[in-house]
Design a protein around this ligand. Structure first.
Ligand code: PFF
Length: 461
């Protein structure tokens, strides 16, 4: 395989694995995209931000910003066939642009560390609930008990830290092994199962919950709730859920073979991810409204609602157990992709092996994650930008770092990368290419900047 820019192929390029084919990539990228962001975060963000207004802006952001950024990110990765920091430097060199573009890759690695530190703590909640579900402790549980159970978990710093430790270990073991057939195969088996369980939950929502209200809450256009904060949150969620803006898709793209159309595969991934979020949202809100619970319960929303569904449906112990197994798996396939840019960068830029790099990067993230776990209890009073550590990290990463990273990626793909090179990678028809090119040059960057500006109040003065 020849590297762009010609010359000798360096060893890290030669030793990198590849997805088995298009399906393998679509599954791995969907595995990255579909995770806690869809099942845990999307429903509570929708609840907190007023429902339909948030959902509609979110969908618009996916179409106008998310999809074009995703295509750009995958194409940069595939063209360079290197870790994100190195990829940006190589492509900048190829285009005779500043080598400082590599800072985009480095910033992405930092964003990934921040995200994984709290993502792993939330995945730990799911592990805890997996055990509870398997012991039948949700049997006939009511709204109050479910809320109390979750509050009890948050108050227990040791327990949170232990689950977080286990999840980090699971993640780093897989990352240490490199591009893995095992995971690709597991993705093939488990993603359909996740869909099946989701359909079951939806069915429960229709029969036992208030699906009509859930639908109107999520889709009846109500723009009175639209504020700059809601718009920014929707854009941040679009970035988070599609795994874009921090180099994860770039890293995955770098393992993609040259003959696959990026335009098409990115569409599949974005569509699967969006459908998943909408269905999960409908299932959760049907249960919320059916049980008279508060839709704006924040990050605990899913932890309050799902146990009720499982505790009250026939066969709920088994289904609940399966659901939490699968949600942990969905989180796992995402967490691996969050760690991948940092680990591949560390292994390729230092003398460390991939396994050693996983220990170093994983160790740092684990330590930060312990602070996040304690921020729910022992360190509750600690404040960063006026928020608790968990909220501050999520806000900083999703609403600031990912959109900024995305802005840089589209700027590079639209203005620095030559049109011929972009076309070579995307492999799509002329019309679609022209549409993508003008979107990444004009539309996506302008939308991202305007959303930032609206928040700082510059627009209103
Ligand atoms: N997209 C993942 C989710 O929705 O859970 C989270 C995520 C993965 C964010 C990879 C960022 C990333 F680079």
């Amino acid at each position: 395989m020849s590297a762009p820019g010609g010359g000798r192929v360096d060893p890290d390029v030669r030793s990198r694995g590849h997805w088995s084919g298009r399906l393998g990539f679509v599954l791995a990228a969907s595995g990255s995209a579909i995770g806690l962001g869809n099942i845990w975060k999307f429903p509570y963000m929708t609840g907190e931000n007023g429902g339909s207004a948030f959902v509609l802006v979110y969908l618009a952001c996916i179409a106008v910003v998310g999809l074009p950024v995703m295509m750009a990110e995958i194409l940069l990765g595939r063209r360079a066939q290197r870790n994100p920091a190195r990829a940006m430097a190589t492509l900048a060199h190829e285009a005779r642009a500043s080598k400082h573009w590599r800072l985009v890759g480095i910033a992405g690695i930092v964003a990934g560390a921040i995200i994984l530190s709290y993502y792993s703590v939330v995945a730990g909640w799911m592990l805890d609930y997996l055990v509870r579900a398997s012991t039948g402790s949700f049997g006939n549980i009511g709204a109050q008990d479910a809320t109390r159970a979750f509050d009890g978990l948050l108050a227990d710093g040791l327990r949170l830290s232990l689950w977080h430790t286990l999840f980090m270990l699971m993640t780093m073991v897989v990352v240490a092994r490199g591009v893995h057939r095992g995971l690709e195969a597991a993705n093939r088996a488990l993603m359909p199962a996740l869909v099946a369980i989701l359909v079951l939950l939806l069915g429960y929502g229709v029969v036992e919950g208030d699906m009509a209200r859930a639908v109107s809450f999520m889709f009846d256009a109500d723009f009175s709730k639209l504020t700059p904060g809601v718009i920014l949150a929707a854009m941040g969620q679009a970035f988070f859920t599609l795994s874009i803006g921090m180099g994860a898709m770039m890293a995955y793209g770098s393992y993609l073979r040259r003959d696959v159309s990026i335009a098409q595969t990115a569409c599949y991934v974005a569509a699967a991810d969006t459908a998943f979020a909408i269905l999960a949202g409908l299932a959760v809100f049907a249960i919320v409204f059916g049980h008279g619970m508060a839709s704006a319960a924040g990050p605990g929303l899913v932890m309050h609602t799902l146990p009720i569904a499982f505790g009250n449906m026939p066969g709920g112990t088994v289904i609940g157990f399966l659901f939490f197994v699968l949600i942990v798996f969905a989180a796992w396939t995402s967490a691996i992709s969050i760690a991948e840019p940092g680990v591949s960068w560390c292994a390729e830029q230092t003398r460390l092996t991939r396994a050693q790099a996983s220990v170093v990067i994983g160790g740092i993230i684990w330590l930060v994650g312990i602070a996040v776990a304690l921020s729910f209890n022992a360190w509750k009073d600690f404040r960063l930008f006026g928020l608790g550590l968990f909220d501050a990290f999520d806000y900083l990463a999703s609403n600031v770092m990912l959109p900024l990273g995305g802005l840089m990626i589209v700027a590079f793909a639209g203005w620095v990368l030559s049109s011929a090179h972009a076309r070579e990678e995307l492999r799509c028809g002329d019309r679609l290419f022209a549409l993508w090119r003008s979107t990444v040059r004009y539309v996506s960057p302008v939308v991202i900047v305007l959303i930032f500006l609206s928040l700082t109040g510059v627009m209103s003065t």
